[in-house]
Design a protein around this ligand. Sequence first.
Ligand code: GAP
Length: 423
Amino acid sequence: MYPSSEIYGGFGSGYDFGPLGVELKNNIKSAWWEEMRKRHDNIVGLDSAILMSPKIWEASGHLTAGFADELVECKKCHKRFRLDKTYRGRAYVRCFECGGEVTKPRKFNLMMKTFVGPVEDKASTAYLRAETCQGIYVNFNNIINSMRLKLPFGVAQIGKAFRNEITPGNFIYRTREFEQMEMQWFCKPETAPQFFEYWKKERMKWYLQLGIKKENLRAREVSQKELAHYAKRVVDIEYKFPFGWKEIEGIHNRGDWDLSNHSKHSGQDLKYEGYYPHIIETSGGADRSFLAFLVDAFQEIKGGRSKTTESVKEVETVLKLHKDLAPIKVAVLPLVKNKPELTKKAKEVHKLLKPHFAIQYDEVGSIGRRYRRQDEIGTLFAVTVDFDTLKKKDVTLRDRDTMKQKRVKIKDLVKILKEKLEN
Ligand code: GAP
């Protein structure tokens, strides 16, 4: 990850995902999409616009006090702080930065404003979406009609959302631009409580199946006074980050809040067979999951795991990412660099595997160092081409987690790796 606009000193606490980061993030999003679209029945997808009619945000309650944080300002250094749990009680008294007196809290709306078209006035004011789900609600009739859906059914969407957070922080945990993975489950009102329980379990299972350690994940019932303006009931799925237990996904019972409000404001009937379906929402953050998967997979081993190379006694880093999430699945390494016959063969093996797997070729540094580098980025397998390869047409296949190596024939490599990666 790189700080956004780094050469200009960074911007708005944003981050850019680098070459490996984008692979990991895409793998997380694909795992979620597969889960929703393929593992569950009756879920369709959507990709709605980021810029939508501002009327949507009036109807949803986001332009009113419902979607605002309490903000205090230091009278001395003029820094502004969010009056959330961390600051409660103390911020009234003193500023965190300089110890100055702070103002009384006031409401600060989190919607990001922009203008659509050439004139910058009230009539052209629009907002970047603060949650992806509103695009789903306003397309409720379109989706039902074009897909001939019957209740219950779900609509899944992944996309960027924006909030003018007062205090972004904890790396990518809280940013102003982030990506959500949201699924809206439309059901009969009387079935909503049971579907809430179902989706809570399913979402917990998803994180565990992708390798999150059980002791680092919990579901927390959110108290009535903490509930978002649209919610009847909320359970937060929380991860134990180094900076404490924090929400990575919310399971929300939104009742008929959204469909009834959009009906009222748009004048369109968004009822299904004469009533408003209730909505159970699973709302996760791709960036927060990214951070959780990364932290959970990160291991430092003092003295190293290997007893045979020069890196013995160094701290060894291994990223034990789940096979579906690892950015690189296979690395191809010639045993030594300066032997043209070895590098030529290794490049042939690389070419053979490339159409099938996310792969990296590396010939720089000792073989021990290259294994370390691949372990550090979570690469699952290393294929090493050595002098025996030239005679016997086989290679060593090294496993990231066990570090065990075995010889396999080049002609069998694709099949063997596919079996390991797909099961
Ligand atoms: N549609 C419901 C909704 O947006 P939310 O609890 O406000 O609910 C859902 O957000 C998820 O979106 C959070 O659990 C988190 O993963 C992610 N999220 C929200 N605000 C974020 C921020 N400022 N930075 C990063 N992720 C954020």
